[in-house]
Design a protein around this ligand. Structure first.
Ligand code: KG4
Ligand code: ZN
Length: 350
């Protein structure tokens, strides 16, 4: 496909519990509308895929209509349709990709099945301007914690390493459950942590010392930390001592964010990157944002983090990556492309 300089791209996100539809022209966001079924999951303590899929079905058309209205465009104006093709829940993905394919057929426009995780990075261009020539990206969400080397957001993304067990957001949600907080625990732990002492309890930092560090430079592990918090909580409960929830939250949060930022800046340093982009739902975390800025100054590296509303799942991230693919002249996906719930992080699109 010949490159289009300022394509109007419709982006559809439905990998998990958010139905997002956005319109982007070039690198300019025209509209971004999100519906979420998260409220339905608090009582289950986790996402129920079948309920999430049904909610996508109900929300998709109203969300699409609202996004087109807000952008002041019609489907005929759209140059390309982008949709998250993975990674994600297979039922949820199917609703978004089926809709995107139907819109592509109806309008005769190309469709791009894009990588949700790389979308969490791509969205940064809409707020912080064009990316530098190469950079490191740290993507932290409920399902992923990964370091990526990016030469070109459309065509040159390489996975450096990911978590070997839990994702950072997942670890927060599990510790939230231990502390009796509602699901998802991440934002609640963040709030509690702001009132606690980060140094109160020294929790372990996985894969940051000795042979483990050498062997797993760009990888993360949070399951040992989660177990350490569980043991600490159990021992206090056995003694009948009230839980210092704020201090536990602050010390646990510090352990996670210390490892995330340390590994990300060390990756920048050893690979000669001058810029770190942080994205994903977990990058809403206040301590991650603060520590990243502190360490950016120490390392002399520029850090770019989108505003919180672009960190959690949204349509803008998908439209942003779709726009980058169109601008780079990348061929669209075949109309019969398959959803890929375990899509490789080195693959920008299908
Ligand atoms: O990227 P995202 O919206 O969905 C996935 O693709 O997973 O990330 C959701 C995750 C959840 O685990 C949630 O608890 C976590 O991000 N999260 C937070 C905060 N806001 C959301 N974790 C810690 N602190 C926050 N402020
Ligand atoms: Zn996400």
């Amino acid at each position: 496909m010949a490159p289009v300089l300022e394509p109007l791209v419709l982006g559809i996100e439905s990998t998990c519990d958010e139905t997002g539809v956005a319109l982007v022209r070039g690198r300019t966001l025209l509209a971004d509308v999100t519906a979420t079924s998260m409220d339905e999951f608090a009582r289950f303590g986790g996402i129920v895929p079948e309920i999430a899929s049904r909610a996508h079905l109900e929300s998709l058309i109203p969300t699409l209509t609202a996004a087109l209205d807000r952008a002041g465009v019609t489907l005929d104006d759209v140059d390309a349709v982008a949709v998250a093709a993975g990674p994600g829940l297979i039922g949820s993905l199917t609703v978004g990709t089926a809709a995107a394919k139907a819109l592509a057929v109806a309008t005769g426009r190309p469709v791009y099945g894009v990588n949700h995780i790389i979308g969490h990075v791509a969205v940064d261009e809409l707020v912080n301007g064009p990316f530098p020539e190469s950079f490191i990206a740290l993507v932290v969400s409920g399902g992923h914690t990964s370091l990526l080397a990016v030469e070109d957001i459309a065509t040159g993304v390489t996975e450096l390493g990911s978590t070997l067990d839990d994702a950072a957001g997942e670890a927060f949600d599990k510790v939230g459950r231990l502390l009796g907080l509602p699901y998802p625990g991440g934002p609640h732990i963040d709030r509690l942590a702001q009132q606690g002492d980060r140094e109160a309890i020294r929790f372990p930092r996985g894969l940051t010392a000795g042979k483990d560090k050498e062997r797993h430079r760009y990888e993360f592990s949070f399951s040992g930390l989660k177990t350490a918090v569980a043991r600490y909580v159990e021992s206090l409960q056995d003694e009948g001592t009230p839980l210092p929830a704020e201090d536990i939250a602050a010390s646990f949060s510090e352990a996670v964010n210390d490892v995330l930022t340390r590994k990300a800046f060390e990756a920048c340093q050893s690979l000669g990157a001058r810029t770190l982009v942080i994205g994903g739902g977990f990058s809403a975390n206040s301590r991650l944002r603060e520590l990243a800025r502190e360490r950016a100054a120490e390392y002399g590296i520029e850090v770019r983090i989108p505003p919180i509303r672009f960190c959690t799942d949204n349509g803008a991230m998908i439209a942003a990556l779709g726009s980058a693919l169109v601008r780079a002249g990348v061929a669209p996906s075949p109309l019969d492309f398959a959803n890929d719930s375990g899509m490789s992080l080195s693959q920008t699109h299908v």
